[in-house]
Design a protein around this ligand. Structure first.
Ligand code: NDP
Length: 587
């Protein structure tokens, strides 16, 4: 049983994701652990097993380290530390003001050999200087009053160790000087154009016709866009999801290190929320509640989501303006209202433990998309109970699997660009809350009104295409996530990698040696399969794969530029080794 501590106790706490222990103070005692404050000011929630008494370490270090001086002299972190004399000074209580502490975790020769052999296995036949070889002998951490610097050693658990570059020292977010999406003018038009596209698609795809050439009567009567029931449903829906997201169910996981070195905690209970949502929907169907209203009132519902997104984005922009600079997103801090409003001024807006970006990315919009699909299916099937609409069933099953997969691997989103890089502004808010449910459900809505006239067996190759896409998408995403979590894990053993100056490595074999974005390729194949279910009569339901291809090409370019900046020559070497970006021999 780990010892229980109380608020205010001085303890040693493990740094999340590493084997390193630092002096800290208990701030709060939680059900499953503690909220601790490290000496550098970082506050983290950690499990109770990661908190120990200081005396525990003193005893252990005396018994283990027979010759600390010698070990320290071999440490590559000597470069970071001042001279030996200074180190002695810093250890002397009389010279305390310098407050510099060196913690060493010795690694035995057997462990050292094991580490080296693992390194050579991972490295494979590529020849380059291994940044780990030098540091495998000791893990050295130099902790100053404000910051923690680590060498590039791997931790014994194999997890990649946190490294805080010097430029993060101040934690200040610089002004955005490099514009994306055409800068302030481009983003201004996107703020208008993206919602208009959602409405355009709605009016173009009606039960009476669904062609680009179709000229539907566009309603200018505001009453068509307002429906109290739909608005209340939307607000209730959003807060229902907030409540589910806050329930103490599921694991707490740590995000990637922020600019300040701090890591945020996220509760991953998305799958639980999806199951509860589906069960509620099922109960409503069972009790004959009018669930098809979601489809019948889709125009006011769409408007409710649009207005909600605009207000939420404005609120977040104002909140960010009043908040500290260190909370801002590096890409949304230009000083121009339209640009920052669109890109997102704040990186991770939070209310208590609710991280709005993490919540919106995978919950209200994604679930609503699945619900709209199900409501379409319900509508058609209850009308023609003897004639199962196979195309529509397949679209609903495929897309539900896609949503389910996103929730099953919920924590994987923490390593995506949206979470790490992009602020939470109109682009993501509207994208998550309105764009996803109302444009991604286009195929199901089309099929509900326009059943295609081709035989059901034609759906077999479509199902195979979806399976292939899903296989590529899942395997490649899992391979990268597994490698990022534990480079020595069994599933990634034998893969070739390229070292980078940051200490991270890039995969150059396996899925990531096939093309540079195998996950995008898989995603695109799935998107195509959904539209193929609608046949070839109208191009409108093909909007999603067309738009998605453009989005992914642009996204790949953004990520390429960011990786080039992050990894420099190593990224160039990766691009030279893996020539194709997304589609082998084509692109
Ligand atoms: P990725 O998952 O490809 O993440 C990019 C990051 O992966 C890079 O910045 C880099 O980060 C790391 N990386 C790149 N190449 C390598 C390599 N060779 N070895 C190791 N690490 C590498 O991109 P996204 O975040 O854009 O997408 C995540 C998923 O979400 C994809 O499957 C995508 O299809 C899907 N998606 C779906 C959307 C939708 O609307 N349906 C929209 C957008 C995305 P680092 O090195 O720092 O780890």
């Amino acid at each position: 049983m780990p010892r229980r501590f109380a608020a205010g106790d001085a303890v040693m706490a493990k740094w999340p994701g590493s084997n390193l222990w630092f002096k800290s103070k208990i701030l709060n005692v939680n059900d499953d652990g503690y909220e601790v404050k490290y000496e550098d000011g970082t506050v983290e929630e950690i499990p109770s097993t990661d908190v120990k008494l200081e005396s525990f370490f003193r005893t252990r270090s005396r018994s283990r380290s027979r010759s600390p001086g010698r070990r320290r002299s071999r440490s590559p972190a000597r470069k970071l530390s001042p001279s030996r004399t200074q180190q002695k000074k810093s250890r002397s209580p009389a010279r305390k003001p310098e407050k510099k502490e060196v913690v060493e975790t010795p690694v035995s020769r057997t462990q050292e050999k094991r580490t080296e052999s693992k390194i050579s296995r991972v490295v494979g036949n590529l020849t380059f200087r291994s940044p780990f070889k030098k540091t495998a002998k000791t893990q050295t951490v130099i902790k100053t009053e404000q910051h923690t610097y680590t060498t590039r050693a791997q931790t014994r658990s194999g997890k990649q160790q946190l490294e805080i570059p010097a430029e993060m020292k101040s934690g200040r977010v610089p002004k955005t000087t490099h514009y994306e999406f055409g800068g302030p003018i481009g983003t201004f038009f996107m703020i208008l154009g993206i919602p208009l596209t959602v409405y355009y698609l709605y009016f173009t795809c009606q039960p009476s016709g669904c062609q680009l050439s179709y000229k539907p009567p566009i309603s200018l009567d505001w009453r068509d866009y307002y429906d109290q029931e739909a608005y209340l449903f939307y607000i209730g829906w959003f807060f229902f999801q907030v409540i589910l997201g806050l329930l103490p169910v599921g694991k707490i996981v740590q995000g990637q290190p922020l600019r300040s070195g701090k890591r945020l905690s996220y509760r991953t209970n998305g799958l639980f929320a999806l199951v509860v949502t589906c069960a509620t929907f099922g109960a409503m169907v069972y009790y004959k509640c009018p669930v098809t209203l979601i489809v019948d009132k889709i125009l006011p519902l769409m408007t409710a989501a649009t207005l909600f997104s605009v207000f939420l984005s404005l609120f977040l922009y104002i909140k960010a303006r009043r908040g500290p600079n260190s909370a801002l997103a590096a890409g949304g801090n230009s000083g121009n209202f339209f640009y920052d409003f669109f890109m997102g001024h704040e990186l991770n807006p939070r209310f208590g433990s609710l991280d709005l970006k993490f919540f919106c990315e995978l919950r209200p919009g994604l679930f609503l998309w699945a619900l709209i699909n199900m409501a379409c299916l319900m509508k058609v099937w209850t009308e023609f109970p003897d004639n199962p609409p196979w195309n529509l069933i397949l679209v609903c099953v495929f897309q539900f699997l896609y949503v389910f997969d996103a929730l099953l691997y919920e924590s994987a989103i923490l390593t995506t660009m949206d979470i790490i890089q992009d602020g939470f502004g109109f682009m993501l808010v509207f994208g998550d809350l309105a764009w996803v449910p109302f444009t991604y459900s286009l195929q199901a809505r089309y099929l509900a009104d326009h059943p295609p006239a081709f035989p059901d067996y034609c759906l077999i190759p479509v199902a195979l295409l979806f399976s292939l896409g899903y296989f590529i998408f899942r395997m490649s995403n899992s391979q990268k996530n597994s490698y990022r979590q534990n480079p020595y894990g069994k599933s990634v053993a034998g893969l070739q990698t390229i070292p980078t100056d940051t200490g991270k490595r890039l995969l150059v074999s396996g899925w990531w040696g096939f093309v540079r974005k195998p996950n995008y390729l898989g995603d695109l194949l799935m998107a195509l399969s959904w539209s193929l279910c609608t046949g070839f009569v109208s191009i409108v339901p093909y909007f999603y794969p067309i738009y998605f291809f453009i989005l992914l090409v642009h996204r790949e370019r953004r990520d390429d530029a960011s990786c080039r900046q992050k990894y420099g020559g190593a990224w160039a070497k990766y691009c030279a080794t893996v020539k194709y970006r997304m589609i082998p021999y084509i692109y």
